[in-house]
Design a protein around this ligand. Structure first.
Ligand SMILES: Nc1ncnc2c1ncn2[C@@H]1O[C@H](COP(=O)(O)OP(=O)(O)O)[C@@H](O)[C@H]1O
Ligand SMILES: [Mg+2]
Length: 353
């Protein structure tokens, strides 16, 4: 049987460049080489697409190579068009947000994961929450503040936010990931600092009530009939699950399966599927929750359309615990990508139409 050419797209311009390389490396390692021919498509921090040789280097070394020849700004159409399936393993902006998905749509190649719209909604925390709320899903109380408003009317903005939220509250750049730019504010002074920090990274800021909750995650797999994995719990040794806790702190613990009652587990799995369908997700997604420690109330925190795939990442681990190995997971995702592609309206519609 002819091997399928799978283009693994990784690196990228976002702050999660390094995480993406680690994710891509473990995906490539887990791929069944008897079935697939891996075509690495590395993107450096400047957003330049690397040649195949330099992409292998980036993947194995984990850092951007010194570039002797001018890199390409976009992959040549011929490289893209030869792929059977593309697997974007880009976290954050310029990859998880619909931009690369748009390029792949134009090139007409099947790709793993959500389409343009779901990727864009999942990336923008303000839009994501609005969509969830519209679908009656339980999101923590939130408010959107534009950078322009914050910068022009600081005192008024603080007073307005204080009338809606008590301390502590969370402040986030709308388009963030890996907790970068996210702060927990305990006072008016810290709220102002947190808004400044978020405004440095994004023109749109989300402020939300803090939930004193257990952090529970659920993996989703599928297109039109998505299924939920067993649940996992993260216990961070830090005040919240910030960048340090995610990638550097050895005291962060993952518990799989999460110790929750069967009723609560089923309810969270059901909400995870609903959240995935609400944004019209495809292929994969990881849905994160905060379960109030006292009241056990479930709050839907966010969905990630390209979850981490590093060896310690929750997404593949939850599937492993649910009976799907890492390489079976990749097989399923590639099949789902092709299935989704077939559902698309044919590009060459009848001239009589
Ligand atoms: N409303 C909230 N209440 C309590 N903790 C929160 C809240 N929002 C965020 N956090 C903490 O911050 C972390 C990162 O926030 P999240 O919205 O998931 O952003 P990211 O997309 O960067 O992962 C969460 O894992 C959690 O520890
Ligand atoms: Mg998160």
């Amino acid at each position: 049987m002819k091997k399928q050419r799978i283009g693994v797209i990784f690196g990228g311009r976002s702050v999660e460049h390094q995480v993406s390389i680690t994710s891509a490396r473990s995906i490539v390692e887990a791929m069944d080489k008897a079935k697939y021919l891996v075509v690495p498509l590395g993107i450096n921090r400047k957003g330049e697409w690397l040649s195949e040789r330099k992409s292998w280097h980036l993947l194995s070394q984990g850092e951007s190579p010194l570039i002797a020849t001018p890199p390409r700004t976009l992959p040549p159409w011929t490289v893209l068009r030869k792929l059977d399936v593309a697997f974007p393993v880009l976290h954050g902006t310029y990859g998880e947000d619909g931009t690369v998905q748009g390029l792949l749509e134009l090139a007409g190649i099947p790709y793993v994961g959500s389409g343009v719209l779901a990727s864009a909604i999942g990336m923008d925390k303000a839009m994501m929450k609005a969509v969830f709320r519209h679908h009656g899903l339980p999101v923590p109380d939130f408010q959107v503040m534009m950078r322009a408003q914050w910068e022009s009317q600081r005192e008024q903005a603080l007073t307005q936010l204080e009338s809606q939220f008590s301390y502590p509250c969370f402040v986030k750049p709308a388009n963030s990931g890996s907790s970068i730019g996210i702060s927990k504010a305990h006072s008016r002074f810290e709220l102002a600092q947190a808004l400044d920090e978020a405004a440095r990274l994004d023109r749109k800021i989300v402020v939300e009530e803090a939930i004193d909750g257990r952090e529970i995650e659920c993996s989703i797999l599928g297109n039109n009939e998505p299924v939920a994995s067993v649940l996992g719990e993260i216990i961070s040794a830090r005040e919240f699950y910030d960048y340090e806790a995610k990638y550097h702190d050895n005291n962060t613990q993952l518990f799989i399966p999460a110790q929750l009652s069967s009723e609560l587990t089923a309810e969270i799995q059901c909400l995870a599927v609903k959240a995935f369908l609400a944004i019209d997700g495809a292929g994969m997604g990881r849905v994160d929750f905060l379960v109030d420690k006292k009241s056990q109330r479930i709050h839907l925190s966010e969905i990630n359309t390209i979850p981490g795939f590093t060896p310690i990442s929750m997404y593949p681990k939850l599937w492993e615990a649910s009976g799907i190995s890492y390489s079976q997971l990749i097989d399923r995702l590639i099949k789902l990508a092709m299935g989704r592609h077939k559902e698309k309206p044919c590009a060459s519609v009848s001239p009589n139409y």
